[in-house]
Design a protein around this ligand. Sequence first.
Ligand code: MN
Length: 361
Amino acid sequence: MELVESGHAILEGLSGTAYCALVGRGPTGTRPAAGRAALQAPPCDKLVHGTPPPYTDMHPSHIAIIGAPLDLGQGRRGVDMGPSAIRVANLNRRLLDIGYHADDLGNVPVDQPESLPEGPARAKYLPQIALACKRLALMVDGALTKKKVPLVLGGDHSVAVGTVAGVSRYFRRKKQEIGLIWIDAHADMNTPESSPSGNVHGMPLACCVGLGPPELTNLFGYAPKVNPRKTVLVGLRDVDALERGHVRETGVRAFTMRDIDERGLRSVMDEAFRIATEDTAGFHLSFDMDWIDPQFAPGVGTPVRGGATYREAHLAMELICDNGRMVSMEVVEVNPVIDEMNRTADLAVEVILSAMGKKIL
Ligand SMILES: [Mn+2]
């Protein structure tokens, strides 16, 4: 056991129960019924600043940070600097402060667009994106194999093809499915045929549910990576004409900003949890910062007004932490080039901390 400056113990190689025992706090949660494919473990009660989400199979206190500095998937440059901006906003230190051990695995190697031909007009830089996603998937799978919670920092949203492939591949070996909660202003369900721009960052969710170019849908030789019936979109407010058909036909559950306005975020999130956790190992959270209103998150790839408030963003994450079934997380589309004093990256860190258990009291 090694003590760090803040006084939190870094407890390598311990299960949730052992971790609780060593920090002198009794476990308060209960294990799920036998046979249920869940990852819940007894959470630690009253960690000084919060409670890490519980994972039976994981070290509840261990996060593997992976940067994915990719901006090949979109027209406006700058999101490749997202991982740096989030690290500059002190992600690692702030995770440590709420009781986590964060291993920063660095960045997945990504080719520079300047050195490459643009490639197919309907899916620009497709081969390069597919290669970066495959590398990322292997890193994510590796983190889970070491019982660490993967936290991927984008990059444009096309990196999610890699993250989801990695999480899916890990649980597939254990004969388990995963759920997917995709929080975003956009549906990200275009295909090369439907996309008005040919930018791949408008296609990753379609790819995850098996729709789109085989280079992305069929990574590791199988598709889909996630069952569309266990996939939920939250926060939509800008969907392309042809893309609407894909949302409907694939059967993913989509909640628009209107649903959030009318029903309230709590009710929407409860339904999202039900869909994404039923008979799954848990869910992956893919969080596009453009869900949050540009008033609070101006530095994003594709800002659209009418988004979530600062408090709604936190509440969604607090509910995710309480739910306790998130197995991996990514935060994407932070663009420091159009940000103001790094405040969008700072908000990205706050969002991560809330999802990981930071509490007000
Ligand atoms: Mn997106």
